[in-house]
Design a protein around this ligand. Structure first.
Ligand code: LLP
Length: 386
């Protein structure tokens, strides 16, 4: 059970992000012991949360980094990730960003188009380097998640489609400054149906067989991230079941002798350790509902507005009050989509009460904006407050 230090919170200016480092460490311990059983490699997807303190825990746990921009690569390097543990994906890498990766000899560029392969080859040649590349493949597997975070269907912009494989092989033969080290897949995020990953494994086996039939056996397979978390029963599932997740790949993915399997997990590592803490500014009686108007909005956490996601909302000033009332919990931004949840059951809620919006450690703070010229929310860690 998460015990928020509401006494300490009372003294702080809201809204703020609160991170429970002890939960993060527990999550990482679990993740590492589950992946080590199979000798799998995990790269943490910096896009989920790139706070220094969080990244330092992740480095201490021995994870690599998965980056999607030149600045993420630079951040990973500056915080201490080793270049040979950094994968760089992204459908639109600029020349400058590619040069950053080349300069530091990163582990691999996960390439998403034939033209990108040509550009990396040219830039590597100019720099007198050999770029290590993995082909990001679009396997056309349905991730059964929100359409905005589905990335592995033919209709999506990501990855190279099978009808281009022949072209890729011919291209790689010509590109003398590229070294093919892997095949990469990432089909989407917040995947809660584990059968989806089984379908991915089956597709990866087929695709790998095709490449082997063309005499290409890569050293690394990378199956991306996407492992979902429980946004509803948060307390029961503070630490995702990494054992079942990795076991599934051990059971269904056919690794060839000496081949290494990599993952790029973001959300499942950091989502549950973060909460957005806010104060109720006003209670307003609407026509069919009451509004609880918070001092946090879509500028601090855009997920409900963008993906219609439902985060658990708790009035942590009145956890012991049993009688519940319905509220539409909304932010102060001038948009009707600025709503954290409709008909949310809360104890009778008053101006000044503290509200926790849970499971906000991933894609929360990193996606915040200054729309309406809002200030950036503060950040606190359990170690600051105890
Ligand atoms: N690898 C690649 C190439 C990715 O694009 C992503 C996420 C990951 C790994 C990490 O996936 P995860 O393990 O976190 O599911 N803003 C959205 C999520 C966008 C995910 C983008 N790519 C949200 O708030 O739900």
């Amino acid at each position: 059970m998460t015990n928020f230090n509401t006494k300490a919170f009372e003294k702080l200016e809201t809204p703020f992000y609160y991170y429970d480092e002890s939960l993060l460490v527990r999550t990482l311990d679990n993740l590492v012991s589950a992946s080590k059983k199979h000798n799998f490699h995990v790269h943490y997807a910096l896009k989920a949360n790139a706070n220094d303190k969080i990244l330092k825990h992740i480095i201490s746990a021995g994870l690599g980094a998965d980056c999607v921009s030149g600045n993420e690569v630079k951040k990973a390097l500056s915080i201490g990730f080793s270049p040979n543990n950094i994968a760089f994906a992204g459908v639109g890498k600029s020349d400058y960003e590619i040069k950053v990766g080349l300069e530091y000899d990163i582990f691999s560029f996960n390439c998403e188009s034939t033209q990108e392969l040509e550009v990396i080859n040219q830039l590597a040649e100019n720099a007198g380097k050999i770029a290590r590349v993995a082909i990001r493949i679009n396997p056309n597997v349905n991730a059964k998640t929100h359409k905005y975070i589905t990335t592995g269907l033919e209709e999506n912009k990501f990855g190279i489609n099978p009808w281009e494989f022949e072209t890729v092989i011919n291209l790689l033969e010509k590109c003398k400054s590229l070294q093919l080290v892997g095949l990469h897949f990432h089909i989407g995020s917040q995947i809660t149906d584990l059968d989806v990953f089984k379908s991915l494994c089956i597709r990866v086996n087929e695709i790998q067989d095709w490449f082997i039939s063309r005499h290409i056996l890569v050293e690394h397979l990378n199956v991306g991230g996407g492992f979902g978390v429980d946004y509803t029963n948060v307390e029961e599932n503070l630490v995702p079941d990494f054992n079942s997740f990795f076991q599934l790949f051990a059971d269904f993915l056919e690794l060839k002798p000496g081949q290494q399997l990599h993952f790029e997990l973001g959300r499942s590592v950091v989502a549950q350790c973060g909460s957005l803490i806010s104060r109720v500014l006003y209670i307003k009686n609407g026509q069919n509902t009451n509004f609880a108007i918070l001092d946090a909005g879509m500028t601090e956490l855009i997920r409900p507005a963008l993906y219609q996601s439902a985060h658990l909302i708790q009035n942590i000033s009145r956890l012991d009050h049993l009688a519940l009332h319905k509220y539409d919990v909304v932010g102060p931004i001038c948009e009707s989509s600025d709503c954290f949840g409709k008909a949310i059951l809360l104890p009778e809620t008053k101006r000044g009460d503290l509200i926790a919006i849970r499971t906000a450690g991933a894609y929360g703070e990193v996606m915040s904006s200054s729309y309406n010229l809002r200030d950036k929310a503060n950040v606190y860690y359990d170690s600051d407050l105890n």
